[in-house]
Structures are given as structure tokens and as C-alpha cells.
Design a protein around this ligand. Structure first.
Ligand SMILES: NC(=O)c1ccc[n+]([C@@H]2O[C@H](COP(=O)([O-])OP(=O)(O)OC[C@H]3O[C@@H](n4cnc5c(N)ncnc54)[C@H](O)[C@@H]3O)[C@@H](O)[C@H]2O)c1
Length: 252
């Protein structure tokens, strides 16, 4: 078991990619705290982990709010005494042409995807530095943080920001034994993408852009998250790892 004795906090851990990461980490021996906005989905995921003999905490917390992030982190520290791994996975993505995006929609994408990642990372890293311990952060970015997709200006910008935040924090915290990396998934089947996947003509066209000719599964990302969160990647920091079936290498 590659995460035996470790505790992990996974934001947005109730559904989709976050849930697959939570189940994978629990299977690898980690205690897993999951947070998100929906109590029911959180409890469902936590009970799956417990039914398989794992330990799980579920916390309703909105990563747009600094006080909720503090409450989330305090709860895990009070319950388990430590956090070894932070996975900043909570995120939203709503398509809209750039000329139609409202200020509110812009702020919401930047607040949840980017500011939430910054505030959660800062809070947990401060704790590690205070205790003189190292730690490991994995940020859920996207291929949209590397290349621009149309109708996603707010989302693209938030994920590009995550990539630079990853490098910035990695740079400053490396000597404190804190690693900070990001994953850049391609098109993964979750609640976010299901409407497009169920639209046959759309998905048929879209698959032409993916050399491996299939949509990714949340478990494809969980495997990469396990690599980033475990000692298997111990000499990597500030890296943005693309997991996309080859989509971004394709020129046309
Ligand atoms: N699905 C994809 O194709 C894809 C591709 C690249 C990156 N990603 C990223 O992966 C992450 C997970 O996406 P997913 O596809 O599993 O989506 P999802 O909608 O299935 O899950 C999103 C999770 O984030 C949580 N969340 C949303 N807003 C929140 C908030 N304000 N505070 C706390 N939690 C919040 C939800 O409760 C849920 O648990 C996101 O950051 C997304 O941008 C997804």
C-alpha cells in the first residue's frame, strides 16, 4: 500500500474525479477526508470507503470562503492530528462565449478554481511549516490551463493560473520539504462532461481530437494523482502532468 499511514484531504472529493481519487487513496491505505458542497454525495462516498474498511471524514465546505477552508482544515487536524497530502480538486466549468461572460460568472470561476486552491494550499502549508514537517500538494488543473478552448475564457484562465500557482508555491516551499504539483486532465467522463458525451454527433467529432480515441475515466486521473501524492514522485515538484490520451500533442 503506497499511502499507508498517510492522511489526505481532497476538496471536491464527493463526485467525479475527486471521488475516484478518494477511493484510490483509501485503497492504498490513506485516511481520507473529503470536502464538497453536497452533504449527501459526501456521505455516500465516505460510506463506500468505510464499507471497504477504510477511514473517511466528510466535511461540507465551500472553497470560495476562507473561513470555511479554515474550518475544513481545523476539523481534519482536530480529528486526525495531521494532513500529509492536500488534493485541490474542487472546481466548476460553465461554457460561455467570452463576450457574454458576466462579472459574477468570471469571479465564481476564479474564486472556486484558483483562489480556493491558493487559500487551501496556503493554510495547509502554513501548518506544515509551523510544525517543521514536509507535505505534498496536488492541484487539479486541466489541459485548458495549457491551451485555450473556446467558450471557456474564465475556466481556461483559472486553470492557467493554477499552473503558475503550482510552480510559484513549489519554488518557494521546496526547501521546506513541501512538494507542489498539478495534474492536467483532458476530457474525463464526469457530471461536468456527461451532457457532451451523451450527445452522439458532438462526441463523435470530439473524439477525433484525442489520439487514444476514448474519453478518460476518473480512475485514469486517480492513478496519476496516486503517483504525484506518493514517494514514487519524490524528486518532482512544480510539475504540471498532462493526462489526456494524447490530446495536446495533436497539431491538427
Ligand atoms: N471532467 C473533466 O473533463 C475535467 C478535465 C480537466 C480538469 N477537470 C477538473 O477536475 C476537477 C473535478 O472535476 P469533475 O469533472 O470531477 O467535476 P464534478 O462536477 O463531478 O465534481 C466537482 C467537485 O467539486 C466540488 N465543488 C464545486 N464547487 C465547489 C465549491 N465552491 N466548494 C467546494 N467544493 C466544490 C463539487 O462538490 C464536486 O465534489 C475540477 O477542478 C475540474 O476543473 C475536470
Amino acid at each position: 500500500m503506497r499511502l499507508a499511514g498517510k492522511t489526505a484531504l481532497i476538496t471536491g472529493g464527493s463526485l467525479g474525479i475527486g471521488r475516484a481519487v478518494a477511493l484510490c487513496f483509501a485503497q492504498e491505505g490513506a485516511k481520507v477526508a473529503i470536502s464538497g458542497r453536497g452533504k449527501e454525495a459526501l456521505e455516500e462516498t465516505a460510506s463506500i470507503i468505510r464499507s471497504k474498511g477504510g477511514e473517511a471524514l466528510s466535511i461540507v465546505a465551500d472553497v470560495q470562503s476562507k473561513s470555511e477552508i479554515d474550518r475544513m482544515v481545523d476539523y481534519v487536524l482536530k480529528s486526525w492530528g495531521r494532513i500529509d497530502i492536500l488534493i485541490n480538486n474542487a472546481g466548476i466549468c460553465h461554457s460561455k462565449p467570452v463576450l457574454d461572460i458576466t462579472e459574477e460568472e468570471w469571479d465564481q470561476h476564479l474564486d472556486i478554481n484558483l483562489k480556493g486552491t491558493f487559500l487551501s494550499s496556503q493554510r495547509v502549508a502554513r501548518e506544515w511549516v509551523k510544525r517543521g514537517e514536509g507535505g505534498n500538494i496536488v492541484n487539479m488543473s486541466s489541459v485548458n490551463g495549457i491551451q485555450a478552448e473556446d467558450n471557456q475564457a474564465h475556466y481556461n484562465t483559472s486553470k492557467g493560473g493554477i499552473n503558475l500557482l503550482t510552480m510559484s508555491m513549489a519554488l518557494e516551499l521546496a526547501e521546506k520539504d513541501i512538494r507542489v504539483n498539478a495534474l492536467c486532465p483532458g476530457f474525463i467522463e464526469t457530471r461536468l462532461t456527461r451532457p457532451a458525451i451523451q450527445n452522439r454527433p458532438v462526441i463523435k467529432e470530439y473524439l477525433k481530437t484525442i489520439p487514444m480515441k476514448r474519453v478518460g475515466l476518473p480512475e485514469d486521473i486517480a492513478g496519476a494523482a496516486l503517483f504525484m501524492a506518493s514517494d514514487d514522485s519524490r524528486y518532482m515538484t512544480g510539475h504540471c502532468l498532462v493526462v489526456d490520451g494524447g490530446q495536446v500533442i495533436k497539431l491538427s
